[in-house]
Design a binder for this molecule. Structure first.
Ligand code: PHE
Length: 354
């Protein structure tokens, strides 16, 4: 029995992996293993012999089993160690060089516009892109039958069947935010409202989604003169040209009275656009004195307060400032375009010192 024990303990110690260990287990304490065979011999022994051999065999079996278990754990630990050593990787290695992302011209220009108007005391107000009929039209003095509704190529949201309320719209301009700002802040008020707007239109200078910035200033004695100064000041700072010239052309908007469209003097000589010189004019925005009905819709007493408003195409002025010829490319997500016209994330909004 001592020979048996020595033999199997040695084999267990020598087993190089779990498969080899299993072979040893079967040979030693398996159903047909050597210990089992020895146990079968107990029946042929005298009771005296059996009393000695029985417990000894059982002890041997227990000893072999615990040696097997210990060896199994040791083999598992060794296997894990080997795997950890093999799968080790150096997390301090440098990563693959990557091009940083860039700021879209729309975001850059929105920042620039915001920074310039912030210097003039305007805060930023925002509103939803899905608007009620009331905020997009009625409150802005565009009643149901008004031709401006048809002219705007409005996208209407679907209503559930049987719901006869007027449908929500994708806002066609940022002017509804005027009303929301008046409701939220009352007078006096100075705010700009940049954001996305929607109209069913598509060509080189029109996309179904584009960006506007609305501006409003309301106080007791705001006039067209203040509007003119603000816009000239803005254009000088934004386009970084001292000699800027704006032309106020009489126009009509339901929500302003009087109304003016504003053009900027420019030249296209040699195919390049220069602002502030030449004999051409480029339309950049709509503006006017806020209609008393619009003030009233925003909860402001028109006998006490008055103000100006303007709405400018952000994409339009981005095209002008950065010489981007096709508006549609703004929204194509073409990486080559974004790398060419995009701005580095560290670039501060440009400001004109003059
Ligand atoms: N909301 C007008 C548009 O989208 C622009 C505008 C705003 C005109 C404010 C006058 C005053 O065309």
């Amino acid at each position: 029995m001592d020979d048996l024990r020595d033999k199997y303990l040695r084999q267990i110690g020598d087993a190089a992996d779990e498969a080899a260990l299993e072979q040893v287990r079967l040979a030693a304490v398996g159903k047909k293993g050597e210990v089992a065979l020895k146990m079968r011999e107990l029946g042929k022994m005298t009771p005296e012999e059996r009393q000695v051999a029985g417990p000894a065999l059982n002890a041997l079996k227990t000893e072999i089993n615990s040696a097997l278990a210990a060896r199994k754990v040791a083999l598992e630990d060794a296997a894990l160690d080997a795997r950890l050593r093999e799968e080790w990787l150096d997390v301090t290695l440098p990563t693959r060089a990557r091009r940083p992302g860039s700021i879209h011209p729309i975001s850059q220009v929105t920042e620039e516009v915001t920074a310039i108007f912030a210097d003039m005391g305007f805060s930023v107000a925002e509103g939803p892109q899905i608007e009620t009929d009331w905020y997009n039209f009625d409150a802005l003095n565009i009643p149901g039958h008004h031709p401006a509704r048809a002219e705007m190529d409005t996208f209407y949201m679907a209503r559930a069947e049987g719901d006869n309320r007027p449908p929500h719209v994708l806002r066609t301009h940022t002017s509804p935010v005027q009303i929301k700002a008046m409701e939220a802040q009352g007078a006096p008020l100075r705010a700009i409202c940049p954001g996305r707007v929607y109209r069913a239109d598509y060509d080189q200078t029109h996309t179904p989604m584009f960006n506007q910035v609305e501006g409003i200033a309301i106080d007791r004695d705001i006039s067209m003169a203040n509007l003119k100064w603000c816009l000239e000041e803005f254009c000088r700072a934004f386009f970084e040209v001292d000699e800027i010239e704006l032309r106020f052309r009489a126009s009509h908007f339901p929500f302003t009275e009087p109304s003016a469209e504003v053009d900027i003097r420019c030249s296209w000589e040699g195919g390049t656009l220069k602002l502030g010189e030449g004999d051409d004019w480029l339309e950049i925005l709509g503006s006017g004195m806020i209609h008393p009905k619009v003030l009233a819709a925003g909860g402001i007493d028109a006998s006490e307060w008055q103000g100006f408003a303007f709405g400018m195409g952000i994409d339009r002025i981005a095209m002008l400032k950065y010489g981007i010829p096709d508006l549609r490319a703004f929204f194509d997500s073409d990486l080559r375009w974004l790398r060419h016209y995009g701005f580095s994330a560290l670039q501060a909004p440009t400001r004109h010192a003059g």
